[in-house]
Ligand binder design. Structure first.
Ligand code: G6P
Length: 608
């Protein structure tokens, strides 16, 4: 939530900041702004409501240029999207600040600062930081000391970048709960919320630790830990290319990412299975030690990643591992009973979701065996703070609606399930079968993608609808939840998922010709039960949209159906997800919504 970028160079940094903002837009896009120090060492600020493109028009019109600047794209927390609430925030002409996170004690600070005569022009928590710093600077002229002192008064999670005419040859950044990276150049350095923002200018990064404060000048980066001691942090080279975060020939990132699934699933399996065997050594030694002791699993995640966890619960319990799954925002605030030998598993695309991270941190003292994260971003906080990371290799996911991250999470979970099942005496024959089923998955997904045109046709029936019901049973219930989430987040059609057997306990009352009902019908032991539930829908005039296994005999009167063939039960939930993603995509196109950046949402939720 919110993206920040900054740069100090010999050259004009404004185009670099603008490109960085565009790449960070997935984090929030209700307003954006830039502040630079001009050659007279005055702060020049331009802000705009709406997307980065709107800001760019203003910047181009003003011919803004500078060798030092900071910029921000916002996802509103405190204060509605409006120019006055857009960052950077300033205190007089003294400081300009961009911020990602939430300052929890901002109301108290605002009251104190107002009493001291500071005038607030926004409703944000960030403006409080700007005035607080200006207040401290009045008695502490050393800029760095003043920042340290001011930040010690802040309660909450934040990443900050600050520039000031008082110190015109550097910017200062702090990481305290929200992500921040430093991108290293030659005679120039940059900062941003993530590496993607800076890939056009560098591949060398420093990932700040919690509590770090860094002075970033043209020729050096000096980092101090939360005790004020100067420290060295490792410089890492990113293997992600700048173009991997581009749209290519696709109209939207979401479509590109749906179509990338065969490749990224294969990538996620690479080196982890071979000739009918799970190559568990690829998980690392620490993983082996943890998995040897694991009797129970607690999975914590948010959004789409939570749905992946729900699917895994069915898979894990099938092989005798007790598993509970919970959204991180609930888990982190309740008392939990942790059975002996329980592995704490987080699932996250970004590895920065604030609730998931807080849950992991809280779990450290709750008696878990250890922590394992299934994550897509190698340099993320979750990866760094978990005992073991099982990486999905989906590559950058930019569309706010998660697609390829979900399918690769499920693939990683299948690998985890296999590893645990082997410890429970799974035969080599069964291991071979299951591994072969995983191996076949990329090709199966490719075949499903060939249904794209037929799904586009099916989507026409949804364009005028206001509600939709997704049904599923067993591990297809979470797939129905994921289908409903996709539809609601990008098409704004109200969509609900229900376990098909629960239909008669309420939602059946809603069913009529205006309520499309969507259901995956895999060839599994619950098939007959689900078909009976669908009969109940038809009997009430409900419109059915089905995705069924070729072998399935449906025996209903009117419905639209697309058949899928050669699907294996162990990976079927992954395969059946793909047509639901495409359906949502095409409905959103018909609705004319902003597919990649749906209203009110953001991809990386780094606030509570
Ligand atoms: C946001 C995104 C979702 C994502 C969820 C969890 O809501 O829009 O796509 O599933 O956060 O994010 P994570 O990065 O932890 O998977």
């Amino acid at each position: 939530m919110c993206g920040i970028v900054g740069g100090i160079a010999q050259r004009d940094v404004v185009p670099i900041l603008m490109e960085g903002l565009k790449r960070l837009e997935y984090r929030g896009y209700d307003s954006a702004g830039v502040a630079v120090l001009d050659e007279r060492q005055h702060i020049q600020r331009i802000r705009s409501v709406g997307k980065v493109a709107a800001l760019k028009d203003l910047i181009d019109g003003a011919a803004l240029s500078s060798s030092l600047g900071i910029a921000h794209t916002r996802w509103a927390t405190h204060g509605m999207p409006a120019e006055r609430n857009a960052h950077p925030h300033m205190s007089g002409e003294r400081v300009a600040i961009v911020h990602n996170g939430i300052i929890e004690n901002y109301a108290d600070l605002r009251q104190d600062l107002s009493a001291k005569g500071f005038t607030f022009t926004s409703e944000t928590d960030t403006e409080v930081i700007a005035h607080l710093l200006a207040d401290v600077l009045a008695s502490e002229p050393d800029f760095i000391k003043a920042i340290r002192k001011a930040s010690s008064k802040l309660v909450g999670a934040y990443a900050l970048a600050v520039v000031s005419p008082d110190d015109p040859d550097q910017m200062v950044v702090i990481r305290a709960g929200s992500p921040l990276v430093i991108g290293l150049g030659v005679g120039e350095n940059f900062i941003a919320s993530d590496v993607f923002a800076l890939l056009p200018v560098t591949q060398r990064f420093i990932f700040l630790d919690e509590g770090d404060l860094a002075h970033v000048s043209r020729d050096e980066v000096r980092i101090f830990d939360d005790q004020g001691r100067q420290v060295e942090r490792e410089v890492r080279t990113s293997r992600v290319s700048a173009s991997s975060a581009e749209k290519g020939p696709y109209r939207h990132y979401m479509l590109k990412e749906i179509f990338e699934q065969p490749a990224v699933i294969a990538e996620t399996l690479e080196g982890r299975i071979h000739k009918g065997k799970l190559l568990e050594d690829s998980f690392g030694f620490e993983a082996k030690q943890l998995l040897d002791k694991t009797q129970n699993v607690h999975i914590i995640a948010c959004g789409t990643s939570y749905h992946a966890g729900l699917v895994a619960r069915y898979w894990l319990e099938e092989v005798g591992i007790h598993c509970s799954v919970e959204v991180a925002s609930e888990f982190r605030y309740r008392q939990v009973v942790v059975p002996e030998n329980t592995l704490f598993v987080t699932i996250s695309q970004s590895g920065e979701t604030a609730d998931t991270l807080a849950a992991l941190r809280g779990a450290e003292t709750q008696g878990y065996l250890g922590s394992l994260t299934i994550c897509n971003v190698p340099e993320s906080s979750l990866v760094r703070e978990s005992n073991v990371a099982l990486m999905t290799r989906a590559g950058p996911e930019i569309g706010v609606a998660s697609t390829k991250a979900f399918s690769t999470q499920l693939v990683a979970l299948r690998l985890l399930v296999l590893a645990l099942a082997k410890r429970r005496g799974m035969s080599t024959e069964r291991e071979r079968e299951l591994v072969e089923e995983l191996h076949a998955l990329p090709r199966q997904v490719e075949v499903i993608l060939e249904l794209n045109d037929a799904i586009k046709e099916m989507a026409n029936a949804f364009a005028e609808k206001n509600h939709a019901l997704f049904l599923g049973r067993g591990s297809f219930y979470p797939i129905a939840m994921e289908g409903a989430l996709k539809l609601k987040e990008i098409s704004y059609i109200h969509a609900e998922a229900y376990p098909a057997g629960e239909l008669k306990h309420g939602p059946l009352a809603l069913v009529d010709a205006e309520m499309p009902v969507i259901c995956a019908l895999p060839d599994d032991p619950l098939l007959e039960k689900v078909i009976s539930n669908l009969q109940e829908v038809r009997a009430r005039g409900g419109e059915l949209f089905l995705f069924s296994d070729q072998k399935v005999k449906i025996g209903l009167d009117r419905f639209q159906n697309l058949t899928l063939s050669d699907i294996y039960p162990s990976t079927a939930p992954i395969v059946y997800t793909v047509p639901l993603q495409l359906l949502s995509y095409h409905v959103a196109i018909l609705k004319g919504t902003d597919v990649d950046q749906p209203r009110n949402l953001a991809k990386s939720v780094t606030v509570e």
